[in-house]
Design a protein around this ligand. Sequence first.
Ligand code: AMP
Length: 400
Amino acid sequence: MKILVINAGSSSLKYQLLDPEKGTLLAKGLCERIGLDGPVLKHSPAGKDKVVIEKEMKDHQQAIALVLEALTDKEHGVIASMDEIDAVGHRVVNCGSFYAESVLIDEKVKKAIRDCYPLSPLHNPANMTGIEACEKAMPGKPMVAVFDTAFHQTMPEKAYIYGLPYKYYEKYQVRRYGAHGTSHRFVSQKAADFLGKDPKDLRLVTLHLGNGSSLAAVRGGVCVDTSMGFTPLSGPLMGTRCGDIDPAIVPFLMSQEGLDAKGIDRVMNKESGVFGVSGVSSDFRDLAEAASQGNHRAQLALDLFAYQVKKIMGSYIFAMGGCDAIIFTAGIGENDDLTRAAICEGLEDLGIKMDLGKNKGLRGQDADVSAPDSKVRILILPTNEELMIARDTMAIVNKL
Ligand code: AMP
């Protein structure tokens, strides 16, 4: 089976063509600057050279047409015709409380995605543009929506209701939704496989640490809490997002700096996090380099990140009454041994003991880096959200 996975942004479109049964990638690519000057499609067929195609892309419709052309091209294509694509899986950021799992796209699903525009004003409309463009380009092809928020729908009320007047939950659906759900689900399933255990018997804390970072408490295979909230701004500080702060800082800074709602939103989303604290970079490689040269604020940003992740992880272990394994994933989790070690440092009395030798230098591969006498297993499991989307799409299409 061949599944095309689409992740549409407002001016970009990422795609992968995968065989979910074998878990193999046939091609991947990215359309950038859709609707802008200088649009470009970077297409990487597996086992062949990457090609860069510069052609007009005035909208997502044209971008999809170019992607299909690239996939079926005689030289750099990987399939003979579009008919070889069995179905399309779309990443959709937010489905509010409508769905707890992936669904076949029909008019009702599209209405739910539209109804959630206020919850995700940047991403959901862009995801919808991708869906509509694919529907036009491939009429009749089954399409599946895989939602970032769906995995977190199993959270109990006490984990998703905020201490605000309840009427705002009823009126505007202000509650915790979480994000990165596809990744948390992928690595929690992978952890069960890796440990040779039934997911029902496991209490896991999954740490998706990348440019955006979130943690999830996963008990019995379902999410019981997560650190991103109504928006992806909460949790530990991130690349450029501030994470959890005293909410009263918001009106204070607005009045001191003369900022409107958009202005403070920009400060908290784009100018904060490890970038805002360090003044150096949002990239942990740059921070480690600057810190090694004695830059105090770069070191402070790294310390803040590890400390905040550790505290949230601790709260989830308490919430679940214990933990069998901690899973590191995404850019930082998979690659940054120093940050992984800093997060686990000093937890030996709680049964969390990392083998620092095993952890050192480990990048992007499945591994158990816990010490033999650690009660809690510490795993590194690279995430693969596209493969999860392709698997969900296959499962739904197989039932049609
Ligand atoms: P992601 O959002 O999952 O793609 O993660 C991207 C982030 O991972 C980058 O901004 C870096 O901070 C971090 N990262 C990627 N590779 C490394 C590495 N080798 N060492 C440390 N951090 C890394």
